[in-house]
Ligand binder design. Structure first.
Ligand SMILES: [Zn+2]
Length: 77
């Protein structure tokens, strides 16, 4: 079972935090603003954090995947 290098607790998954920007068309519906999402843009693969302590463990997807390969199959979500 892999352990977090920051808090030393066993982890079976990583929290993937990804930045996105959403684009909306803004119109008025009477006096109320109305937003319609038209698209969104994702920036990179994000970073990968420990679900226990929330510390950054990896900023590279391949490193995160290599870490998760140490999780036994029976405990995989
Ligand atoms: Zn941790």
């Amino acid at each position: 079972m892999p352990k977090c290098t920051k808090c030393d607790r066993e982890v079976v998954l990583l929290v993937n935090r990804v930045a996105e920007v959403h684009f909306y068309d803004l119109t008025l519906d009477g006096d109320c603003p109305s937003y319609e999402e038209t698209s969104f843009e994702t920036f990179g693969q994000g970073d990968f954090r420990c679900p226990q302590c929330q510390e950054l463990l990896f900023s590279d997807l391949n490193a995160a995947l290599a870490f998760l390969k140490e999780v036994p199959d029976a405990t995989k979500p």
